[in-house]
Structure formats: C-alpha cells, structure tokens
Ligand binder design. Structure first.
Ligand SMILES: [Zn+2]
Length: 378
C-alpha cells in the first residue's frame, strides 16, 4: 500500500510542479511587460529577472492572504468560530483582537494557517468541507476576477499583464492546495483533508479536544475556565507524537498561567516531546523548569545546549531559561545580561509577561538567585 501511496504522491508532486511552472512562465511575461514599461530602456535581462522575483513574491503573498481569508470567511459562514489567522510570520487572533508571531504548530496550509472550530460541544462534521474548501474557493475567485479584468485591458498592457500574473499565481495556489500533498508519511494539505471527508473519515475525539483547547488559548480564555471534562479526557488520552507535543505545550501554558511550576515540571519530565531535540521550544521550557524546580543547573544547561543561542536569541522563553540557569549557578552578570535580552524582546514583540516572569527578571537585575515560589504574584 505504501508503494501505491508513494506513487500517487509522486504524480501529485509532478502535477503541482507543472502548474507552478506554467504560472512562473506567465509571471515572467508580466515581468517583461512591467520592465519595458516602467524601467528605462536598454536594461539587461537581469532586470527582468529581478522584477520577476519581486512579482512572484508579491502575487504569492496576495494569494496566501486571500486563501486564508477564504478559510476564515467560509468558517464564519458555516457557523464556526475563527481563533487564529496567520499569513507568513504574522498571526491575528480575532477574538482576542491581538496580533502575534505565527506559532510553530503545523496547520494544513504551508505558508498560512487558520484555526477554526465549531462552537463548544458542536458537530465537527457539519461545515468542515465548507471550511476546508474556502481557501481554494477564494483563490479561484481571485483568478476569475483577474481574468474578467482582461476584458477591459490587453494582456500586453501593464494592468493586463499584472492581472494575468495574479490570476496565474492564484490558480496555481488553488491547484497546489487541492491536490493532496504527502509529507513525512502523512497526507497534509486542504486537498488531503477534503479527501478524508469524502471517504467519511471523521475527526477523532482527541483531535476535536485539541482543536477546542487551541481555540481557548488563542481566544485568551483564562485557563481556570477551560472545560474540565475536556482537559481530563486529554490528560488520559493515548496520543501520537504530534498530538502529544501539541497537548503538552498547551498544558504547559495552562500550568504556567496558574503559576504551578511543579506540575509544569512534572509534565515536561514525562513528555516525549520535551525529551526530543525535534521540539526545541519544549526543551527550552524544560530547561527553565529544571532550573527553577530541581535547582539543577548542570541538567538544565545540558538541555539548553540543544538550543543554540544564534538560532534562539529571538525567543523570550530562551532568555527566561538562561536567566534561571545562570541565576541558580550564581552567575550574576550573565543572569543580568539574559534579563536584559528578555526585556528587549518583551518590548519588541509586545509580550505580556505575568507577575512570576516580572519577578524573575527583577531578581536577576538585582543580582539575586531566581525565586523558587511561583504563582504568588500572578
Ligand atoms: Zn488552505
């Protein structure tokens, strides 16, 4: 069976490549028209190539934006709730009315992401096809509008060429998302989900619970008021590696928000995800908790070695862990320096550290060892 799947995946990949090739060629035509009408005459081929790169990026960004908005609009129309819309590195939480960096958790789209769920206790099968078709439908609509505009313009005029290019990229996006994609042994994109729906595969209880839990998180609902029954089900459920990593990172947020570092520490000590270098964000959190709860600087810093500074210096949690490790070790200067980095990131990324985090930064800045008791100041 695996052979058949691999063969199908190969065909799907070839179809995708073909469509992207055609779109790229059409945008090259757009670039040629744009370069001849906008740039001074006598420029070399490289200027057309530069314009082509710019146009591909520009059209793709537009197509991703419309694709994700299409999912969100379809979700609203189906009576679902939209918790997160991400395009590239930027994400928006409509219910919390807040922008944030795109989370690392994987969605079905490659460059964007929409998290939508039925209302609490609702039916996941009702409206699911609409939600997953919404993205592709939006791209098809964009392509149709682009082509309809050609009635008023010649395709070799600048506006006409731009409409052709955008229509081509939009259509390529529609096909790319509709043809099922296979990645690391799983079918992953919108088309794959739609195929599952057509075959009558239902969303599992665990995936429903994980979806709702993610919804609570992005909506900014206080973790004390999360549905206890749902949390209990997830605590005892048997999960695969991906689901386990998702659950553990959400439970961690809950325990940290409650200031319960002991439970957070126990969770990560038993978490498969926090023990593997494949999930560095959780390993960083584990290093932080080992330092705070076990006061074992050696163990904590050997965990932190899995997160090289040059790669993680833009992560607030990384510097929080460094504060704790240096603090426990009595390296006052380095702890103070880590607190400085954390402060900068709080400002730059508009983060909202809770009382415990602020207390940790202040103790490091005063040159004292990090606090052991959390949840007192929250
Ligand atoms: Zn999509």
């Amino acid at each position: 069976m695996s052979f058949v799947k691999d063969l199908l995946a190969l065909f799907a990949g070839a179809a995708r490549l073909l469509v992207w090739g055609i779109a790229a060629a059409l945008v090259f035509g757009t670039a040629g028209v744009a370069a001849t009408s906008l740039l001074p005459p006598g420029l070399a081929v490289w200027s057309v190539i530069a314009v082509w790169f710019f146009l591909v990026a520009f059209f793709a960004a537009g197509a991703i934006l419309f694709h994700e908005l299409g999912h969100a609009a379809a979700a609203r129309a189906a009576g679902w709730r939209v918790h997160l819309i991400a395009v590239g590195p930027v994400a928006y939480r409509p219910r919390a009315k807040q922008f944030m960096r795109r989370p690392r958790s994987a969605g079905s789209d490659n460059w964007g992401l929409v998290l939508a769920t039925p209302p609490a206790g609702g039916d996941w099968e009702k409206g699911r096809a609409t939600v997953f078709l919404g993205g592709v439908a939006a791209n098809v609509l964009c392509a149709a509008v682009g082509l309809a505009m050609l009635l008023g313009y010649s395709p070799i005029s600048l506006p006409g060429a731009l409409f052709v290019g955008f229509a081509a990229v939009s259509l390529a996006f529609a096909v790319d998302n509709l043809v099922p994609r296979r990645k690391s042994g799983r079918w992953t994109n919108d088309g794959a989900v739609l195929l599952d729906i057509a075959r009558g595969r239902r969303v599992s209880v665990t995936n429903r619970d994980l979806g709702w839990l993610a919804g609570y998180m992005y909506d900014g609902i206080d973790s004390r008021s999360w549905d206890a029954e749902l949390v209990g089900r997830l605590e005892t459920a048997t999960l695969d590696a991906r689901q386990g990593a998702l659950r553990d990172s959400m439970f961690l947020t809950r325990y940290l928000a409650l200031g319960d570092v002991v439970r957070a520490h126990a969770l990560l000590e038993n978490s498969g995800a926090a023990n593997s270098s494949a999930n560095t964000p959780l390993v960083i959190e584990r290093a932080f908790l080992v330092a705070i709860v076990e006061r074992d600087a050696e163990k904590a810093s050997s965990l932190l070695k899995l997160a090289p500074e040059r790669k993680w210096r833009g992560s607030y949690n990384y510097w929080r862990a460094r504060m704790a490790v240096h603090g426990v070790r009595g390296e006052i200067e380095q702890a103070r320096e880590a607190a400085g980095h954390a402060r900068v990131l709080v400002r730059r990324q508009s983060l909202r550290p809770d009382g415990d985090d602020i207390a940790l930064m202040e103790t490091c800045e005063r040159g004292e060892p990090p606090p052991t008791r959390f949840g007192q100041t929250a």
